[in-house]
Design a protein around this ligand. Structure first.
Ligand code: 3UK
Length: 512
């Protein structure tokens, strides 16, 4: 068990501790703009805490951050926590109306944004039903955050807090409805860093972390900020869009030891590896999360780079990965086994625990689970069920404790009276060399019965003919139970995706 001393403010262990442990001169963060030592990081965090305090932002009030991956992100996040202010990093790819909702929903006292995002943030502020008292650009403006830091003291004593006190929020965008602010406590980052970062991934002080997933995403926040700070390692931050080219360039320049991506990016990188041969020799392990990693993607990546990918499932509500493969125990096509510190079980709709081999709702309990959704008692009540958290995912757990993803609870299809996972069909489709990406949804046929339908992005130069449709249907039937094949095909240029790269299957379903 983890121990949390009285008056524990989590910034003491993630920030202040490093000076006492002799890391002042060690590089904490590397970006294209330069390196930042632990001493400089601690000083910047303290200046930010002093600035937020002297701007009159009170303990418990929210600071919305629409900030690119940068040292300023860490200064704001940890400066807020030291000052007792609640940082709320937001997805930087959203639109004005989304920001307007979150500004009002959070009732934030302050908002800081990188100038790059002004065209959506400023109209969002103008249209919001609430106006934060403090609005600053992260950099650039004379009265921006960076400029105002310089006058502040580089010392600040963290406000005492308990491990159960609210610490930060992350908004989670469901497939339907408004985003929900998941309220996380002081202990939660310690729990994810120790149980997943150290004991599952094996993160160490000499690791250099590079996360293609951004810090505003719970996955990126762990990979690119909390895990490196927990072990006293080094984080490499990319402030631009992660593409095969930009991520390869970062790997070659900064030579990370741990690399974190999402399946869509791995797939694009694999295609790019046909043309280029970046030097991955510094990397010892790759991680994937956000959506299930197809076994075929893992196989091709290992084939091209010689490296394994650890797939694991996490969520905003649980903060990071709670079921995962291990470096010495990888089962391609599964999410792996429970991470230490978490409990998981598969339930039927009536709340009964299901035996191994049966698919049902995945529920998790663990100490990093969000306390509630802010301002949303209905969603809190339907998701946080006592100590269990309903993930909304359908999973099968086998007799050895390995979990296999079957789709979102609401994505599962009943085809001919039998449960059918659209994900399983997609995985089969993308094994075909002519297929780049695929999404399968259930749409009603002429009889009004739900049938799987495939939206397929073809590889470069391949034409979507009717004979190809037949070939792909045969390809699925040959690999899966005979009813698991798409009855219709749509060849499309791209698939609708969320800002974080998840396919929005609901957009492909027939509107009724
Ligand atoms: C899905 C996966 C199959 C699943 C996340 C790592 O993705 C993260 O958080 P989100 O709140 O989404 C959570 C949902 O995404 N999912 C995530 N990973 C996998 N499905 N295999 C996977 N490996 O539906 C889950 O409920 O955006 C990922 C760490 C922290 C995170 N927040």
């Amino acid at each position: 068990a983890l121990a949390f001393p009285h008056g524990f403010n989590v910034a003491r262990v993630f920030i202040d501790r490093h000076l006492a442990e002799g890391r002042a001169a060690k590089i904490a963060v590397r970006t294209a703009q330069g390196d930042t030592s632990y001493a400089e990081l601690v000083a910047g965090v303290n200046r930010a805490a002093n600035l937020l305090t002297c701007l009159g932002i009170a303990q418990g009030e929210r600071l919305l951050m629409i900030v690119k991956d940068s040292v300023a992100f860490l200064q704001l996040f940890w400066g807020a926590i030291k000052a007792g202010v609640v940082p709320v990093p937001l997805n930087t790819m959203l639109r004005a109306k989304d920001y307007a909702f979150m500004i009002a929903d959070s009732g934030c006292a302050a908002l800081v944004y990188s100038p790059e995002f002004a065209t959506e943030v400023e109209p969002g502020l103008a249209g919001a039903a609430h106006r934060p008292g403090v609005v600053m650009r992260a950099e650039g403006a004379e009265d921006g955050f960076a400029a105002r830091l310089t006058g502040q003291s580089d010392r600040f004593e963290a406000i005492p807090a308990s491990a159960e006190d609210d610490c930060f929020w992350l908004y989670s965008s469901g497939s339907t409805g408004n985003p929900k602010g998941a309220v996380h406590r002081h202990r939660d980052m310690v729990v994810t860093s120790e149980f997943y970062g150290v004991r599952t991934l094996g993160a160490r002080e000499d690791d250099v972390f590079f996360s293609a997933a951004k810090l505003f995403f719970a996955y990126g926040l762990g990979n690119g900020m909390t895990f490196p700070l927990w072990v006293g390692g080094t984080s490499v931050l990319l402030d631009a869009r992660p593409t095969p080219q930009s991520t390869f360039a970062m790997v070659e320049r900064f030579r990370p030891t741990l690399y974190f991506g999402v399946p869509t990016l791995y797939a694009a990188q694999i295609h790019a590896l046909d043309e280029v041969r970046p030097d991955f020799s510094s990397v010892r392990l790759c991680v994937s999360a956000g959506e299930a990693l197809p076994a075929e993607t893992l196989r091709r990546w290992k084939d091209r780079t010689g490296l394994d990918i650890l797939d694991g499932i996490g969520s905003t509500e649980l903060l990071h990965i709670f079921i995962s493969n291990r470096p010495d125990d990888i089962r391609p096509g599964t999410s792996g086994r429970m991470v230490e510190g978490y409990d998981g079980a598969v339930f039927d709709d009536e709340g009964n625990r299901l035996p191994p081999g049966e698919s049902g709702r995945l529920m998790i309990r663990g100490l990093s689970a969000a306390r509630c959704y802010w301002n949303n008692p209905e969603r809190t009540a339907s998701t946080m069920l006592g100590e269990w958290l309903n993930t909304g995912d359908t999973y099968i757990c086998d007799a050895d404790g390995y979990f296999t993803y079957c789709g979102r609870s609401d994505d599962m299809l009943k085809v001919g009276g039998i449960w059918c996972s659209p994900f399983e069909i997609e995985a089969a489709l993308i094994e075909h060399p002519d297929v780049l990406e695929a999404a399968v949804v259930g749409n009603p046929d002429a009889e009004g019965l739900i049938k799987p339908e495939a939206y397929v992005v073809l590889a470069d130069g391949v034409r979507g003919t009717s004979s190809l449709q037949h070939t792909l249907a045969q390809h699925c039937k040959a690999r899966l139970a005979p009813y698991k094949f798409p009855r219709r095909f749509h060849f499309v240029d791209d698939l609708p995706k969320t800002a974080t790269g998840k396919i929005q299957r609901f957009r492909l379903r027939t509107q009724v």
